[in-house]
Design a protein around this ligand. Structure first.
Ligand code: SF4
Length: 417
């Protein structure tokens, strides 16, 4: 079976399947639920300590000025799987370009992807697009405050709906992310994997029981903030407002909580890609609308097959994907890139058309070169021949962006442009 793509659809499809909210198991808790819920006195002490700490230590994040629902929505979607420092920069750029749901709904997917480029988990931006369109149609572009109505928008999962209802509208709804799981699993010494039942249901029940009515906005954020700043992977128990209430601290085992789930094995992938230059222009193509890196532009390539060399793989891939006969001229780089559970080694080549008119290597900036025949697109929906300076206008997968960055300073490559 041919290895069609730089990041093969079949291998990676489940990792990027575009499910709303990459959330833990939220299926209904088993019959043992709820057990050992906190007493009202414990819940009151917990809330008082937590909210007092948050009032002093909360970070001045841009969406916390006014809690405008659209801002809260964008921040919550961006911060899933993204570190705060990185997320804030993306958030500010996004809000400048797309200040409301109507501007998201009116934008093309290419425009949205370009502003999102580098944040990863691109199904999130596609889900945002779907939800914004529905929001304009059903609610005139304004988010409703009812959690069920928010949840009914396409692409919005239970976590995001809870975050919008609880944080933007201060409805008595909890939202549980990895930070909340870590804090509660430690305070209540939950000794089974937090993302599976019965722990997932217990954490949900505990959060609901601890939530002080009318304080959802601060309570939800305070739990997440504590997990991000104090109850980190290496907990700072000496400065924790919940220390006197924390069972795992009392037992001396905070580092043993939360109990992790089974780790997914890492799969190494050997991949080849080729930068095909002709007449001073570079060939790029647009990936299909479904699957991994859907709608991104790329240099053709794919997995190196068993008993195949990377340079042979790129010649084969070009033939399969475009029907171009190409020749490898130079090895440009080897780029290592982690992607979900994959560790990709990307072998990057400079290539020319093997039957370039006039002989020579076909790569150089020769305006007299006749344009090549159009490709036969087998793994793409569009193609372009572009100048190197035009590449930043297009959205590329991370591994290819790293390659473009390297080529910017590669003197050998400059000779061919
Ligand atoms: S006391 Fe330590 S383990 Fe317990 S919640 Fe605070 S930081 Fe986390």
């Amino acid at each position: 079976m041919p290895a069609r793509d730089t990041f093969p659809h079949s291998a990676c499809a489940s990792a990027a399947a575009g499910q709303p909210d990459a959330a833990p198991d939220r299926s209904p808790p088993d019959a043992a639920q709820p057990r050992e819920l906190p007493t009202p006195a414990f819940a009151a002490a917990f809330a008082q300590a937590l909210l007092g700490w948050f009032a002093v230590h909360k970070r001045p994040l841009p969406w916390r000025f006014g809690y405008e629902p659209y801002s809260v929505w964008i921040s919550e979607v961006m911060l899933q799987q993204t570190q705060m420092e990185r997320g804030v920069g993306y958030f500010l750029r996004w809000m400048t370009r797309f200040p409301d749901a109507a501007s998201v709904a009116a934008a093309s997917e290419d425009e949205l992807l370009k502003v999102w480029e580098g944040l990863g988990y691109y199904s999130r931006v596609r889900n945002l697009h779907k939800a914004a369109k529905a929001l304009v149609e059903r609610h005139g572009g304004e988010l409703p405050d009812d959690p069920e109505a928010i949840r009914a928008l396409p692409g919005i999962g239970p976590y995001t709906a809870g975050a919008i209802a609880g944080i933007a509208f201060n409805r008595d709804v909890t939202c549980i992310d990895a930070n909340v799981e870590r804090v509660l699993s430690r305070v209540f010494d939950i000794d089974t994997p937090v993302r599976a039942q019965p722990a997932a249901g217990r954490i949900r029940a505990l959060a609901a029981a601890l939530l002080p009515p009318g304080r959802a906005r601060d309570f939800n954020q305070a739990l997440m903030e504590l997990g991000a700043l104090v109850c980190r992977k290496k907990p700072q128990c000496a400065s924790c407002p919940l220390a006197s209430l924390c069972e795992s601290l009392r037992l001396g085992i905070p580092h043993e909580r939360p109990v992790p789930g089974r780790k997914q094995p890492i799969t190494p992938l050997e991949v080849a890609t080729g930068v095909l230059v002709h007449g001073g222009r570079i060939y790029i193509q647009k990936r299909p609308d479904e699957g991994v890196w859907a709608g991104f532009w790329e240099f053709p390539g794919g997995c190196v097959e068993k008993d195949e060399t990377p340079d042979a793989a790129i010649v084969r891939e070009y033939a399969e994907e475009t029907a171009f006969r190409i020749a490898v001229r130079d090895k440009l780089a080897v780029i290592r890139h982690g992607y979900t559970t994959y560790r990709v080694t990307l072998h990057c080549y400079l290539c020319a058309l093997d039957d370039a008119p006039g002989g020579g290597n076909g790569c150089g900036p020769s305006p007299a070169s006749a344009p090549p025949a159009p490709p036969v697109l087998d793994a793409a929906t569009e193609y372009r021949w572009v100048e190197f300076a035009e590449l930043p206008r297009f959205t590329f997968p991370a591994g290819h962006r790293k390659l473009i960055d390297q080529l910017t300073t590669d003197l050998r490559f400059a000779l061919y442009r």
